[in-house]
Ligand binder design. Structure first.
Ligand code: KG4
Ligand code: ZN
Length: 361
């Protein structure tokens, strides 16, 4: 800590890292420099392929990654005018996520690392999300309190340094993005549901439908959204409420749960100089506004990466690679080429396993 290399400002030519992301339904490639410059990037969403099924189908995802990744790698490198020889390391998501897709990205990264003799960096997807705010905000220093909310994850983490994460809370059932997606499905809004629920909620009354706030006020630190989702289903089936009111009331209940759990995390592990939100649900404006207010109340700095960095992307994976290179310093050989893809990979291995948390752990 505090060494010249740790600040990332010291090297004359900041390292260039190629990043690959393929853990869910986005195929993404990016070139990022250690001075926080995204040199080039491409992202291909598989929304159209999965939409008919109302969720991500793992086999379809893996196949789509396999078809798209090689041409995207070529395009990004060509666009940037960068050859493999110019890259300092190759970073790929190695988990957690849908294993078929993760393997496609990781195997490609291994092949490139082997062909070029450059280090392979096997990146934890959650670490990509956890560090992405520092790519967007050069002033954001450790430690910070991170709310990671996406389709697969719902956690509160104390981010104390690169590779130093303390999980303070996780979900005992659904992730928040999953709850948004299921609510959208129940309301017949299509997939992915988060943005659709947010749009519909704009026209609704957040107080109109009485919905539960699972675990609000509980001493245990975790999240639970399964009961909220079931209550949404009952509200729809009752026929007594306008869909916009249900969407707005769902969003309001979810936000209150987030704030309540964050207040508890601050009580038990705080104070923190900064509050940071990452993951796809961070795109939600009501969520952002509530977090901003919470940060102001506790005199914390508030950072949310730009939307394109909140949802799955490869720039965050390349950036996590840059952070690791800076931390390890000269002579770092990278991860072994036989590093296996991990369907589950908790950021904080010391955290107790939580029933139902799945790969959200
Ligand atoms: O981080 P992400 O792209 O992928 C995962 O790792 O899961 O997050 C996607 C999730 C989906 O569940 C999506 O519905 C949700 O983020 N999401 C939103 C919004 N935009 C995306 N949820 C609520 N409001 C939004 N505006
Ligand atoms: Zn993600």
């Amino acid at each position: 800590m505090g060494s010249a290399t740790h600040t990332l400002e010291a090297p004359l030519v900041p390292p260039l890292v190629l990043g690959i992301e393929s853990s869910c339904d986005e195929t993404a490639v990016a070139l990022v420099r250690g001075n926080r410059v995204i040199v080039a990037q491409a992202i291909a969403s598989q929304e159209a392929e999965h939409a008919p099924y109302g969720g991500v189908v793992p086999e379809i995802a893996a196949r789509a990654h396999a078809e798209r990744l090689a041409p995207m790698l070529e395009k990004v490198m060509a666009e940037a005018g960068v050859a493999l020889a110019d890259v300092d390391a190759i970073a790929a998501t190695a988990g957690p996520g849908l294993i078929g897709g993760v393997m496609v990205g990781l195997v490609s990264a291994k092949a490139l690392a082997m062909a070029s003799g450059k280090p392979l960096l096997a990146v934890n997807h959650l670490e990509g999300h956890a560090l992405s705010p520092r790519l967007a905000d050069g002033e954001l220093a450790f430690p910070y309190l991170l709310l990671l909310v996406s389709g697969g994850h719902c956690q509160i983490l104390a981010v104390e340094g690169v590779g130093q994460y303390r999980r303070l809370a996780t979900t005992i059932d659904d992730a928040l993005g999953e709850a948004f997606d299921k609510t959208a499905k129940i309301l017949g809004l299509g997939f992915p549901g988060g943005p659709a629920v947010e749009r519909l909620a704009l026209e609704g009354d957040p107080k109109a439908v009485p919905l539960p706030r699972p675990l609000k006020g509980a001493k245990e630190p975790h999240f639970s959204f399964a009961g909220l989702k079931s209550a949404v289903l009952r509200a729809v089936e009752s026929g007594a409420h306008a869909p916009a009111d249900i969407a707005a009331s769902f969003q309001q209940a979810a936000v209150e749960c987030l704030i309540d759990r964050l207040e508890l995390a601050l009580d038990t592990a705080g104070p923190f100089p900064a509050l940071v939100v990452a993951g796809g649900v961070a795109a939600n404006k009501t969520v952002r506004a509530a977090l901003e207010a919470l940060a102001a109340k506790h005199a914390m700095r508030f950072t949310a990466p730009p939307l394109a960095l909140c949802t799955d992307n490869a720039a965050m994976i390349a950036w996590a690679g840059c952070e690791r290179l800076a931390q390890e310093g000269e002579g770092f050989a990278g991860d072994p080429l036989d590093f296996l893809a991990r369907p589950r990979w908790p950021l904080d291995p010391a955290a107790e396993a939580v029933r139902g948390a799945g790969y959200k752990a």
